[in-house]
Each structure stands twice: as structure tokens, then as C-alpha cells.
Design a protein around this ligand. Structure first.
Ligand code: SAM
Length: 293
């Protein structure tokens, strides 16, 4: 046992308590989940198809800006025309679509029929033939390992993050890339308390993942990048609909929607690309990447 004193006998400050970052991650996810579930239950909204209500708006908001996305740039620099790639939580496939011509084969995995449906439409429209889609949650997906595994903005609701990350790692031959926000995305435009009385609880962010990875012995390369906010809208009506979804408001709650429209008018501005969005110019995200053991 080492003495808890300096050489001159002065007592050292108490040891800081150890933090179990894996548990902390699960608690952050759980706190947010309970809050959202309670809000849905209070509004009488059942069978929430979270991504089903967002898929089209998500595709319209994100795809046009994929070429400026530093995550895409980093992955594209890493792959070769002979590479295989797994896109886990591919969503509407902005990265898959942009990478397909740079690699030999991509498997895009996502549990959402709505998100994957839009990706399949785009693959067919562009006659892209080297992409396979698998509709499944990652933990139950049966897919072959690939040279590169990418996972962009997926981990926020995953409570049991370690097996998820371990499966990403064991499915990668060359490198794993994970993208996660450093600045939390205010999906509620900061308006949760105006409707529910308390602030919306945050989702896990890059520092939480950094600590989780370190705790399980993964010392990833981490790059902080900035990207114009893509949580933008075609019209005022679309903004109200999408933020109402995030606020768990009922479609027939006209009073709440009128209040929301007025609040959004104070918070949204026309953007240079003609869309409507928040005054926050950019958000930072982290690109984690490492070579599997
Ligand atoms: C914010 S979107 C990101 C989509 C895409 N990776 C991108 O960056 O544009 C999150 C996606 O993760 C998917 N997802 C959620 N839980 C998942 C799970 N357990 N396994 C795989 N994907 C999941 C959702 O269906 C959704 O399409």
C-alpha cells in the first residue's frame, strides 16, 4: 500500500472516485428514453415509428450536403476500389450512396423500413449494383466482415453500447469509423421545456464515447470536425411537423402546433441554400477511427 502523503508527510487530497463510463453511458441513454417514452404516453401516441416520421425530411436535409461532410472525406481517403464496406445504421444511405463508386461492395444495415426504403429507391434510380441492404438491428444482423465498418450518428439511443461497438470492431478487417456529435443536437430547438416544463435530457456525445472506448481498451484516433447544421427544413410547415415529432406532440393538437409555429418563427432563419434552419451556424462532431485488434 503506498502512503497517501507527500514526502514531507502532508496528506494527499482524496482519490477522485472512479467513474464507470460504460454504466454512465447507459444511464444517459436511459434517462432520455424514459423522458421521451413518458411524453409519448402522455400524448397518447402509440407505436412510435421514430425514423418513419422523419425519413423523407432527413434525406432531404442531409443528402445535398454529403460532399462537404468530413466523415465522408476521411472514409473516402481510406478505402480503395477493392475495399468492402459495412455501413451500420446506414439510414437513407447518404454515405453509402457517395461511397459506392469508390469501393467494390457495400452492405448497408438498418432496422428502419422507411429509411432503408428510401436508400433502395435511390440505389435503383441510380442503377448502383454493388450495394446490398439488410433490414436489421445491428446486434441481430448476420453479415460478413468487411474491410471498413462505418457507423455514423447511430449510437445515441444504444444503451448497451459495448457489445454494439465490439461487433463493429469484430466485423472490420482494416478500420472502424464512428461518427458522433461533440455538440449535442437540439432536436427540440431548445423548446422541450416550453411544452413539458423541464429541459430535454441530452443524448450521449463524443466525450462519453471517448471514455467508454478507453475503459474497454480502445484508444481510437479522434478528430473533431465542424459541419454546417443539417437539421434544416424545406418549408415552415415541414419545420413544425418535424419539431412537433421531436417534441412528441400529437398531430391533432392544433393549439400546441400554433404555439410551436410562433416559437419556431423566432428561432429559424432563411439559410443561404434557401432552406430554413437554426441560427447556430455549425456543429462539431467527432470522427473516431481505429484498426481492430
Ligand atoms: C441519425 S440516422 C443516421 C443515418 C446515417 N448513418 C447518416 O449518417 O446519415 C440513425 C440511423 O440509425 C438506425 N439505427 C437505430 N438503431 C439501430 C440499431 N440498433 N442498429 C442499426 N441501426 C440502427 C436508425 O434506423 C437510423 O436510420
Amino acid at each position: 500500500m503506498t502512503a497517501h502523503t507527500t514526502p514531507s508527510g502532508r496528506p494527499l487530497p482524496a482519490n477522485p472516485p472512479e467513474i464507470d463510463y460504460v454504466r454512465r453511458w447507459a444511464e444517459i441513454v436511459e434517462r432520455r428514453r424514459v423522458q421521451m417514452d413518458a411524453a409519448y404516453a402522455e400524448a397518447g401516441i402509440e407505436h412510435v415509428d421514430y425514423w418513419g416520421r422523419r425519413a423523407v425530411a432527413f434525406r432531404n436535409a442531409t443528402h445535398a450536403r454529403t460532399e462537404e461532410d468530413p466523415f465522408l472525406v476521411r472514409v473516402r481517403e481510406a478505402v480503395t476500389p477493392a475495399s468492402t464496406l459495412l455501413d451500420v445504421g446506414a439510414g437513407t444511405g447518404r454515405h453509402t450512396l457517395a461511397l459506392a463508386q469508390h469501393v467494390a461492395q457495400i452492405t448497408a444495415v438498418d432496422p428502419s423500413a422507411a429509411m432503408l426504403g428510401l436508400l433502395r429507391e435511390d440505389l435503383a434510380a441510380r442503377t448502383i449494383e454493388n450495394v446490398a441492404t439488410v433490414q436489421a438491428e445491428w446486434m441481430s444482423a448476420e453479415v460478413e466482415p468487411a474491410d471498413y465498418v462505418i457507423c455514423s450518428h447511430v449510437l445515441y439511443p444504444i444503451a448497451d453500447v459495448v457489445p454494439f461497438v465490439r461487433k463493429l470492431e469484430s466485423s472490420a478487417i482494416e478500420r472502424v469509423f464512428i461518427y458522433l456529435r461533440a455538440d449535442p443536437l437540439a432536436t427540440d430547438f431548445g423548446l422541450w421545456s416550453a411544452f413539458h416544463g423541464v429541459p430535454l435530457q441530452p443524448q450521449p456525445a463524443h466525450v462519453d464515447l471517448f471514455n467508454v472506448l478507453a475503459q474497454i481498451g480502445i484508444f481510437a484516433d479522434v478528430e473533431i470536425v465542424s459541419m454546417p447544421l443539417t437539421w434544416t427544413f424545406e418549408t415552415r410547415e415541414e419545420a413544425v411537423q418535424q419539431v412537433a415529432n421531436s417534441l412528441c406532440l400529437r398531430d391533432d393538437d392544433h393549439d400546441a402546433r400554433t404555439k410551436l409555429a410562433a416559437l419556431l418563427d423566432q428561432r429559424m432563419v432563411p439559410l443561404p441554400n434557401g432552406r430554413l434552419g437554426s441560427t447556430a451556424a455549425a456543429t462539431r462532431s467527432a470522427i473516431f477511427s481505429w484498426r481492430p485488434r
